[in-house]
Design a protein around this ligand. Structure first.
Ligand code: GCU
Length: 685
């Protein structure tokens, strides 16, 4: 029996799959491992799965081939090539972290080979094999070559040393408590979960690096971070830290953090040397600079490139990276000022610096130009930056998308972002192709997801929000995968192969983002949330604030004119998007209110007015949420009771809150315009 843990293991849970025992026993009776002890850990993963889920107890052979029997052969390619000449051709099929799983004939025996160039590749290969076995896949003639398309596949934790999590909706931090670093069984299990979805980097602390967190790069914390890093490295994951750009002042006693001041550069170099002493496998820094009150190079009249490159130089000899966020804008705007458009800020700040960043600096860009709204256009820096390594930043944690109380599966949205064609070099310049390095000559790209994990029993608060974490990993490994496939796989791994369960949960996940969008702020409007915590409707919550997020509704029209006649934001896009977005007639309607100021009586393609469409979408959204809940209720008895109840409870709350959204927003529009719903439904006057 596998030990019972006080939390569930998501898609890695050892469920009883002895029904597949006969199918697999012939393959797994003998396992040969080549090399020293370095593969013990992936081997153990396989062994545990075989034992606990399939009730198969393989015989393990180290560096001895078994004659006259079928066996599994695990080893780095360099080892496999020594005994099996033909495998030389595997060399060119694999990139650094890819793997091969292939069943072949060696001397009349059937041998299941799991191989890779690197240790990471072997670990990924083993987890991939486990997934296949868990789903009962036929592996008689398995022949898989799988390479990650993106080099950086990262999670960003916004965790604070006191154990709180900025925008966390699943309990407390699994990394920190009361200003100490936590290391326990769960640490390792988290590394396992991430490794099983191909993640290779984790930033453990919040991008807002406040007083206490500044000290994370001092010996008082580095020792523990070294221990943490060992645990994660064993699963192919590097630890990164968010840093405060003014650390030389806070920690070094300097009177400046000017990146061009020699003393500052020397301080950082010594600091980096020290970090690597404690954490030899350290990944690098994540930096939020000159953004939302965090210090940065602008304070000294220097550029982001000056700041990032100075840090890059300190990290270079260790192979470390600087990940520099592009989330830079004026957060002290005056709502009366209609000339400043926050949407333009990232591009305006970073486009002029394109080509000025060092090789080991990566600019991390939020998917949209504002801030993780339920829908935004794709950030024009994608396609805008041609000579700068880039990471696409997504928010797995559901800050603006229902805070893990609402079911809001984000894979469908992410897929649209990845598939967006920037036309930077003509047709085919999709975001995912840029990240793969196929559009510009850039290799150090990737994806980062702001983590939705905390110490709740199910890690993510809402059990079905685990799907968002899983999907983030899947898409950063292979952004071309069909989202329906990812969803199906996650359901099977988590809930088993019951047809109805697969069908209903697929429906729930795949329709949830659209439903959420409809009953909140559809047509690209966004921002009608309560200030601060960002949950629930508040149509003018941000209207007169300093954050630059206005819709400027009056009695006639709503939305900001971001066309070339307005703020000129559309001009940041390549053709044909520039023209498509610029024209109210051709602008995709799902983004209409993002790009245009639209009169309430403006007729959309359906022939309906804007206001009627807004009413309709809100009623539809609630109906769709109710349908989603129905699909779950149909699964009563098919899903473990505790999980069933937990999810049902959240779906009940979701319906209530969806109605609140519907009524508040509809009432707001009605009160603004006095235009009644054509269908005479209840709107509160
Ligand atoms: C959002 C979020 C903040 C976060 C910021 C960021 O504004 O609300 O909590 O710090 O994004 O991405 O830096």
């Amino acid at each position: 029996m596998a030990e019972v843990k006080p939390y569930n293991m998501c898609w890695l849970e050892y469920t009883d799959l002895s029904k597949y025992k006969n199918k697999y026993i012939k393959v797994f009776e003998n396992v040969v491992v080549l090399g020293g002890n370095e593969l013990n850990l992936p081997l153990k993963e396989l062994k545990n799965f075989l034992t606990f889920s399939l009730n198969i107890k393989p015989k393990i052979f180290k560096n001895t081939l078994v004659k006259g029997r079928n066996y599994v052969l695990i080893g780095r390619l360099i080892e496999i090539k020594k005994i099996f000449k033909e495998s030389e051709r595997f060399e060119k099929l694999l990139n650094d972290e890819g793997f091969i799983i292939k069943r072949i004939d060696i001397d009349g025996n059937k041998v299941l080979i799991i191989t890779a160039k690197s240790y990471n590749g072997i670990v990924y290969g083993i987890f991939n094999l486990i997934e296949r076995l868990k789903r009962g896949e036929d592996i008689e003639n398995i022949d898989i070559v799988s390479n990650p398309s993106l080099r950086f596949r990262m999670l960003n934790h916004w965790d604070n040393l006191d154990g709180s999590i900025e925008r966390g909706y699943a309990g407390k931090s699994i990394f920190f408590r009361e200003n100490k670093i936590l290391i326990n069984e769960r640490t390792k299990d988290y590394a396992r979960l991430l490794s099983s979805i191909g993640v290779n980097g984790v930033v453990i602390n919040n991008v807002n690096v406040k007083k206490k967190e500044v000290e994370l790069i001092t010996p008082s914390y580095l020792k523990k971070i070294g221990e943490l890093s060992k645990i994660f490295s064993a699963y192919g994951i590097k630890i990164y830290l968010s840093i405060n750009f003014a650390s030389p002042i806070y920690l070094g006693g300097l009177n400046t953090a000017d990146p061009l001041d020699k003393r500052v550069a020397v301080w950082w170099k010594a600091k980096v040397d020290e970090i690597y002493e404690y954490v030899p496998d350290f990944g690098g820094f994540l930096v939020k600079a000159d953004s939302e009150f965090n210090p940065g190079p602008h304070m000294y009249g220097r550029t982001h490139a000056d700041g990032a490159n100075m840090l890059g130089e300190a990290l270079e000899s260790y192979g470390g990276f600087v990940i520099w966020r592009a989330f830079v804008y004026n957060c002290l705007q005056d709502w009366r000022d209609t000339n400043t458009d926050r949407a333009k800020a990232a591009y305006e700040n970073f486009k002029p610096l394109d080509g000025k960043f060092s090789e080991n600096v990566i600019v991390q860009i939020k998917y949209g130009p504002m801030d993780f709204q339920v829908r935004e256009p794709v950030n024009p820096l994608f396609g805008g930056l041609e000579h700068t390594n880039q990471i696409l930043e997504l928010q797995i944690t559901q800050e603006y998308t229902g805070q893990q109380i609402h079911l809001c599966y984000l894979g469908t949205l992410w897929k649209e972002v990845l598939d967006f064609d920037t036309y930077a070099k003509g047709e085919g310049s999709k975001v995912k192709e840029i990240l793969k390095g196929n559009v510009f000559d850039l290799k150090n790209n990737g994806m980062a997801g702001v983590s939705n994990v905390g110490d709740d029993i199910n890690w993510t608060g809402h059990d079905l929000a685990q799907a968002n974490l899983y999907t983030f990993g899947a898409l950063s490994w292979n952004p071309d995968e069909r989202i329906e496939e990812v969803v199906k796989r996650w359901i099977e791994l988590t809930f088993g192969d019951n047809e109805k369960v697969i069908k209903n949960i697929s429906y729930m996940l795949l329709s949830s983002h659209k439903a959420y969008e409809k009953y909140t702020t559809p047509l690209g409007l966004g921002w009608m949330v309560n200030p601060g915590h960002h949950y629930g409707p508040n149509p003018e919550g941000y209207e007169y604030s300093k954050w630059g997020t206005y819709h400027r509704a009056n009695y006639e029209a709503i939305g900001v004119d971001r066309s070339s006649r307005g703020t000129g934001y559309t001009l940041q896009y390549h053709s044909p998007w520039r023209e498509i977005y610029d024209n109210i007639e051709t602008c995709p309607e799902e983004l209409l209110l993002f790009f245009h100021r639209v009169p309430y009586n403006y007729k959309l393609k359906s022939g309906k007015t804007l206001i009627q469409t807004y009413y309709d979408l809100h009623f539809e959204g609630v109906e769709e949420a109710e349908e989603i809940r129905k699909k779950w209720i149909e699964l009563k008895g098919e899903i473990e009771d505790k999980i069933y109840e937990r999810v049902l409870n959240r779906l009940d709350i979701q319906i209530e809150h969806a109605k609140e959204w519907r009524d508040v927003i509809n009432t707001y529009f009605f009160r603004r315009t006095g235009i009644p719903d054509e269908k005479g439904r209840k709107i509160y006057p």
